[in-house]
Design a protein around this ligand. Structure first.
Ligand code: FPP
Length: 277
């Protein structure tokens, strides 16, 4: 039995006003976010980039709490990519790792108060020991919660996720548990880090960039994409609700025709109309 009751009455009044415009029967099950613009947020204020990340960590907690209040089952945040790890200055990477540890230490109690369970995706085994220990501690401390599952993508890259999946499939084929000619999309899906999760319905990206930056490439095949100019440190729960409102105005077709469209009767078309120009 799901104990994932929504706590909409706990939303602040401005968020409640947006929530009331939503159709509660068509809320997304999974929202994924590319949190971008921490550096620009700091730069605009002549502050060090670190302060942008610190403010970004505050936004994370606001958004998680709104997600839990509306009963969103899955929220997945791109917190640290493989490319961030390889290409950012060492000092910034170690600051981000310290920030993550502090975030976890300071927020596990609030996650428990909000019935939020935390988990991670990515090559997390490559992260340093102290960070991994704190991550495991937070996951363990929240593992019985039945509300929103907060997934942090850490040392994550979608292409390397696919490489990891293909390696696992290769092992299955070698062990004769699977035949290459029988391979299906489901076989690939069950080896992704997100195998136990539904695909995101909605992908939000902040700071206006029109890119998916190696995030959940397989999983976002049919996700609706919402890009906002707002920088991540200025992003709050209300902005996620506005993104969901926009999402609810879209018609999801999954490659089909959608409701209300009638297929042309090919037999009735004049032959000329069938000839490609
Ligand atoms: C992009 O900003 C953001 C990141 C590098 C990752 C997101 C990190 C946080 C929100 C901080 C902490 C997160 C947790 C979970 C504690 P950017 O530096 O690329 O911004 P820019 O493009 O404006 O330079």
């Amino acid at each position: 039995m799901s104990l994932n009751f929504s706590r909409v009455h706990e939303l602040p009044s401005d968020e409640l006003a947006v929530y009331r415009r939503l159709d509660p029967t068509r809320l997304p099950k999974h929202v994924a976010i590319i949190m971008d613009g921490n550096g620009r947020w700091a730069g605009k204020r002549s502050l060090k980039r670190f302060l942008g990340h610190q403010q970004g960590a505050e936004s994370v907690q606001y958004v998680v709490e709104t997600a839990s209040r509306i009963g969103l089952p899955w929220l997945t945040l791109y917190a640290f990519s493989l490319e961030n790890n390889l290409r950012r200055p060492k000092l910034e990477v170690s600051f981000l790792m310290r920030l993550l540890r502090t975030y976890l230490s300071n927020n596990v109690q609030r996650m428990n108060d909000n019935n939020v369970r935390i988990q991670y995706i990515g090559r997390t085994h490559e992260l340093e020991g102290e960070v991994r220990e704190r991550m495991e501690w937070a996951a363990d401390a929240t593992k019985h919660n039945t509300g929103t599952v907060l997934t942090l993508a850490l040392n994550y890259g979608a292409r390397s996720e696919l490489v990891d999946a293909f390696r696992a499939l290769h092992r299955e084929i070698q062990a004769k548990e699977l035949r290459l000619e029988d391979l299906t999309e489901q076989d690939i899906q069950r080896h992704l880090y997100t195998a136990h999760m539904p695909d995101p319905d909605l992908l939000i990206r902040t700071s206006g960039e029109m890119r998916v930056s190696n995030y959940l490439l397989w999983q976002i095949a049919y996700s609706e994409i919402f890009v906002t100019e707002r920088l991540w440190p200025d992003f709050r729960g209300i902005h996620m609700l506005e993104a969901i409102e926009d999402y609810q105005r879209r018609e999801r077709r999954y490659g089909g025709l959608g409701d209300g469209s009638e297929s042309d009767d090919v037999a009735q078309l004049p032959a000329k109309a069938l000839v490609p120009r």
